[in-house]
Design a protein around this ligand. Structure first.
Ligand SMILES: Cc1ncc(COP(=O)(O)O)c(C=O)c1O
Length: 401
């Protein structure tokens, strides 16, 4: 690969961090399950490794690959998306700090920001990130050091302008964090658009097969702690802080799960193309359906996020949500599909359907930003799209009968 001046996304996804094993020639390097490494002396490590919490070769390989694919300087793998978010927040905020964030976020992120973090002295404001003036006012008014955006958002598939939000954040001395879970690095490159940090639930598209729980953080080059945050390391670089914190709090992904996440990267591009094409076909079909009041999917030409998504994404992803007349109908549909399984999570080979007000976003019930009561979220898998359309049609007909 070193012979290629600018290898493409899929070439890098297959090869970075996957150099054949020097001893055996294994095309797939072995999974390093060891918890400790023999040393050549009390202060002489062999190959740089000491203990599995501090560093692990399988984790390092995945981190190298993900940093490369996201155009970042460094990546860090965590045992879940939420642990990635939590450790990142510990690194870049301090008690008294403020976080401005998009109101339509995953329920677990909402809980972390509005229920857990206040106990450690952080405040936050949920915002409509389409209203850039309001964002600017909140960021400057609160001297926020972290602006947090999920785009496309979970579960209403809103699309936000990463470049514009980066400008607002940077003018105020804040970092822009983008949760890129729905798009994956194949469909969207937040760092190239101006983001400072990218976070993932690798449980979703990166793993891609519903067989691991994981998270990741990717940092742009030379990222420094925001003003007012004194770090534990001398450099003040967020990368050094995360190395220190991961070792200090022990928030690391297991070799088995990080190996599967790395394997997922190799097929990410082809999977995202297929997820996106099938989701678009289903969204188009459902937007003409008499029982469906609204379809939220940025791939539809009349979706409010379409033009922006067409500019900042390569395709529109595999998740869509639909609004039905009321909660009762939505619940009946969720319980009557057969190819779509009724389950939380998303981004995998099998299609999943869920009812956010009671499942993934229950924590937001009663909040101003609560999820519409007739909403269903669909994660479109890799099955034949005709079968998925037939399944939804039949479930809608049965639920309305
Ligand atoms: C957009 C988004 N970010 C973060 C998370 C949290 O990830 P995890 O479940 O791996 O902790 C999720 C989980 O659904 C999510 O959808």
């Amino acid at each position: 690969m070193s012979a290629l001046p600018t290898p493409g996304f899929s070439t890098r996804a297959v090869h970075v961090g996957q150099e054949p094993d020097p001893l055996t020639g294994d095309v797939v390097p072995p999974v390093h399950v060891t918890s400790t490494h023999v040393q050549d002396g009390v202060d002489t490590l062999r190959g740089g490794y000491e203990y599995g919490r501090s560093a692990n070769p399988t984790r390092d390989a995945f981190q190298r690959a993900l940093a490369d694919l996201d155009g970042g300087e460094a990546a860090f793998a965590f045992p879940s998306g939420l642990s990635a978010e939590d450790t990142l927040l510990r690194a870049i905020t301090r008690p008294g700090g403020h976080i401005s964030f998009g109101a339509d976020v995953y329920g677990g992120t909402f809980r972390l920001l509005t229920i857990v973090s206040p106990a450690w002295g952080l405040t936050s404001t949920p915002l409509d990130l389409l209203d850039l003036k309001a964002v600017e006012a909140d960021v400057t008014g609160h001297q926020t050091r972290v602006l947090w955006v999920e785009t496309p958002s979970n579960p209403q598939l809103e699309v936000f302008d990463i470049a514009a939000l980066a400008q607002i954040a940077h003018a105020a001395g804040a970092l822009l964090v983008v949760d890129n879970t729905f798009a994956s690095p194949y469909l969207q490159q937040p760092i190239a658009l101006g983001a400072d940090v990218v976070v993932y639930s690798t449980t979703k598209y990166i793993g891609g097969h519903s067989d691991l729980v994981g998270g990741a953080v990717v940092l742009r080059e030379d990222l420094r702690l925001p003003e007012g945050v004194t770090g534990w390391t001398e450099s003040g670089l967020v990368a050094d802080e995360l190395v220190f914190l991961q070792n200090s709090v022990g928030s690391i992904e297991s070799p088995r799960d990080v190996y599967l996440a790395h394997r997922g990267l190799k097929t990410l591009a082809v999977r995202m193309e297929r997820h996106s094409a099938s989701a678009l076909a289903i969204a188009r079909h459902l937007s003409g359906h008499p029982a469906v009041r609204a379809v939220h999917y940025p791939g539809l030409e009349d979706d409010p996020g379409h033009d922006l998504a067409a500019r900042q994404m390569k395709a529109f992803g595999g998740v869509l949500s639909i609004e039905l007349e009321d909660a009762a109908l939505a619940r009946r549909v969720a319980e009557s599909t057969q190819v779509f399984s009724l389950a939380v999570s998303l981004g995998a080979t099998e299609s999943l359907i869920e009812y956010p007000p009671v499942m993934t976003h229950a924590v937001k019930q009663g909040e101003p930003s609560q999820v519409p009561q007739g909403l269903l979220r669909l994660s479109v898998g890799l099955e034949d799209p005709e079968d998925l359309i037939a399944d939804i049609d039949r479930a809608l007909a049965e639920a309305r009968a």
